[in-house]
Design a protein around this ligand. Sequence first.
Ligand code: SGN
Ligand code: CA
Length: 527
Amino acid sequence: MNRGRRYLAVSTVLITTACGSLDGPGPTAQTEQAARPNIVFIMSDDHAVQAVGAYGHPITQQAPTPNIDRIADEGMVFQNAFVTNSLCGPSRSTMLTGKYSHINGFTRNGDTFDGTQPTWPRVLKEAGYQTAMIGKWHLGRTPEGLNFDYWKIFNDQGEYYNPDFITEDGMQRHEGYASDLVTGFTLDWLDNRRDPDKPFVLFMNHKAPHRNWMPAPRHTRIFADTEFPVPDTYFDDYEGRRAAAEQEMNIYQHMYEGHDLKMTTGVGSTEWRYDPWKHLIERLSPEQRDEWDAAYQERNDAMNAADFDEREMALWKYQRYLQDYLATIAAVDDSVGAVLDYLDDAGLAENTLVVYTSDQGFYLGEHGWFDKRFMYEESLRTPMLIRWPGRVRGGSVSHAMVLNTDYAPTFLELAGLEVPDDIQGSSLTGIMDGDTPDDWRDSIYYHYYEYPGFHMVKAHYGIRNERYKLIHFYDDVDTWEFFDLETDPAELHNRIDDPAYRDTIAAMRNELQSLRRQFKVPETGVP
Ligand code: SGN
Ligand code: CA
């Protein structure tokens, strides 16, 4: 199999069968196979960069992701992949349209996606691709308008155990664990439902590792004895950062002790402490529940028997959070392995572009937090890895600043289609070939809207370039923050009033205004 680089000019793209190797012997159709690639888009929900082995964070030494890392070994890792609005619905809408939230109309969760606007999966379908969407959708009840050939999605956020799935035939409960069911439905589609004569676009959208972090039965204890390194900023005092001080996403203040942390009411008890959404644990069958309780009993009893002070309790909660969060990723990693193996075994790997990403990054205790939303690094960045043996050299690393607006133009181009002018991202094909265009963006624009709302992160917009970040929080505040990421990578020191940065800040403000003009951000009446 050729793992070297291969250049496919768009002009030579021919519409033929997409399965078979680019190099391999085969019928004449295969010689015409500068074929349009298949696209397998694997997305998890809230998967932090810090929890993907390929990014090298210390916690992944204890909680490795060998299958996701295979994508990096056999393809490319994007070190600077960012989202434009760090929240599920908005990020997914941006990925589908190649446009910012204020243009695609989906600024906050709970909005309904306008499926009549152009989206790359529908345009590719109209151009001959077969398309499927499996797992989390979360852009309204069903993906109506996108015209998928096949879809089988969670109901809203979905459930970890025995989840409901919605299809054209209605809603049905499936016994089992969410990530494994999604994997099974994906393999079933690949094996039994797809038309082998057409190239395909397949979305496999996991629920994990989204809150409330319920691992598969086989994974509930895998990190029971693991102590993860605590971030230096776990007890952040938020000095100089008012919006950071006023959020509600702190592990030791805002997590629900039952729902999130699976803490029980006392020694010997299996009853969870505070849980506003009991229906999730109540979905477990009696057998699943027994197995579940047994997995947590000893650790919960020890916690209940201990006489922790506030700080010790905060640290205990951090460990419990990480143990469960990372255990849910183990099933996602299994899933990725199963899909990669299938593509390899079916002879599809060579001409299939596999993306692994998340709808945004996440906090794993940095600043004391879980959740996302802020323009700080942990939630602005997102994992992004691609494998395409027919074109992308294995083991490559890109440091270019790429965005979730970039998928749409990339996939349109790869399908040999025109990229409309109103698309706001840029095609990644040059980067994938190892040739980042000279005029590639050197700064990015970000905008978060959902305030007031869950976790009370104030509305804000800002700009980041390679070294600096400038953020404006607005609505019920009017505060600016400026960080020098080189000297302050943890973003603890707001330098907005530091005279040493006056000229740099002025230049960044200008650049921010010009990005807002370029992306047609309304100056008034921001949604
Ligand atoms: C749920 C979560 C929140 C989370 C949002 C958005 N609470 O409401 O913690 O921020 O989803 O997440 S939960 O306990 O009900 O899970 S997103 O990924 O869909 O944007
Ligand atoms: Ca999410």
